[in-house]
Write a protein that binds this ligand. Sequence first.
Ligand code: FAD
Length: 467
Amino acid sequence: MSTAIVWFRKELRIHDNESLSKALKIHKQIIPFYCFEETEFGKTAFGFEKTGSHRTQFLIESVENLRKNLQKLGSELVIRKGNTAEQLARLFAEVEVTTIYAFKDIHSEEIAVQQKVEQLGVSVDYSFGSTLFHVNDLPHNFKETPKGFTQFRKGVEKKSSVRELFPEPSLLNELPKEIELGSIPSLEEFSLEKEKVEPKAALTIKGGEDEALKRLKHYFYDTKELSWYKQKRNGLLGADYSSKLSLWLWNGCISPRKIYWEIKKYEEEIESNQSTYWLIFELIWRDYFKFICLKHGTSVFQLNGIKSEEYEWSVDLEKIERWAKGETGIPFIDANMRELNQTGFMSNRGRQNVASFLVKELGLDWRIGAEYFESKLIDYDVASNYGNWMYIAGVGNDPRDRYFNIILQAKRYDEKGKYVKHWIPELAELDASVIHHPWTAKEDLFGTPQLNYPKPTVEPEYWKKHY
Ligand SMILES: Cc1cc2nc3c(=O)[nH]c(=O)nc-3n(C[C@H](O)[C@H](O)[C@H](O)COP(=O)(O)OP(=O)(O)OC[C@H]3O[C@@H](n4cnc5c(N)ncnc54)[C@H](O)[C@@H]3O)c2cc1C
């Protein structure tokens, strides 16, 4: 009876799981395996936690849920922590394995992990399942991924199609008794502290496939918010202005194809409109950045980006700290950064603004911002994060120089200052007319008990005509 390992990486789900499906077709005995890989923890180049406590907690919950769902099918999840290749080698000493089934990752650190696993002498059978369009179904070789998003999108929309979902197994084998199952590590084992539950958060975020599917059902069917996605997606406050599915996409608790086919079902059964299409449009952005990463490799982490564009950048510790803590004195920036720090999430509108501010107004090395996001975001995804940061820094493929006028943006998307007041209670009493630039209030409130809030780090001339 041949035995295979299904090595779960960033596809922590039972549904639409190609590796699981393939293994089950060939092997009588499969051993589901997950390792909290040591290289995903520790410090980034600029000294932030690589995986901060919000995301680590989410990951722990996702693995817990995967184990529970495998148990329901009669199996188990073998859990380890440390160096994946070494942990697998130890397992091979306990049980004879012929093949490892796994999703192929496309990023340098993850590739290094899989290369070590390949050296163990057991064949590795890879699947490719993190994108909407399969790499082999693109209208071009991935090495020729077009420079611009629009060309990429038009190409896949016209010439590619989204594959069907892989079937879910209804029963799995029991694991051999001699295998030690391993326990799920706690946050403390990663030297991280549990974040307190943030009462201001609009959404209680929990990891796992079950929660992902619950969120899909809520956003699509219970509330029918999907029908309003295009109109609301630039929102800042509340649980349902956007899908929030990124929270579960990054570690594969949900598959992008599952979302796609569910949109198609919704379009048939409930409504098809610009909003339903727009969610697919955004998922194509996600694919675009993945294929850009696949094409350009590690240059996405370089200062000059994939465009090899040279600009002046600085590293100013005080400015970095004020930006990161949400203490720049510019309420729209600070509110977004405080939401990120306290919840592990920030809206797309917020991300664009705080990134543009760091790059264009503070002139800081954009990779500091990208690494801070890497540390704090629950939905951190190498391609989407570095892809978007490069875009904003002007070192990506974008032909336009993206620029966000923070004051105008704040007034447009947070007209009455509700969002700012939600995250910066110090400003709760300020009038809406000055909420986005408190330094222009008639009375000088700074330093008084009414306004325990810093003066602005910068005040570009061009902001002034928008006060
Ligand atoms: C500087 C910056 C950094 C970012 N870092 C990340 C990141 O690490 N991880 C991440 O998932 N997204 C990132 N994004 C993209 C985007 O902000 C988030 O995907 C989105 O806010 C997640 O919320 P949602 O699921 O409600 O999105 P929705 O608006 O509901 O969109 C649905 C899905 O489409 C995809 N999507 C939407 N916008 C983008 C985009 N601009 N780029 C790529 N995919 C997109 C996401 O998978 C998202 O879940 C970043 C954007 C910026 C400007």
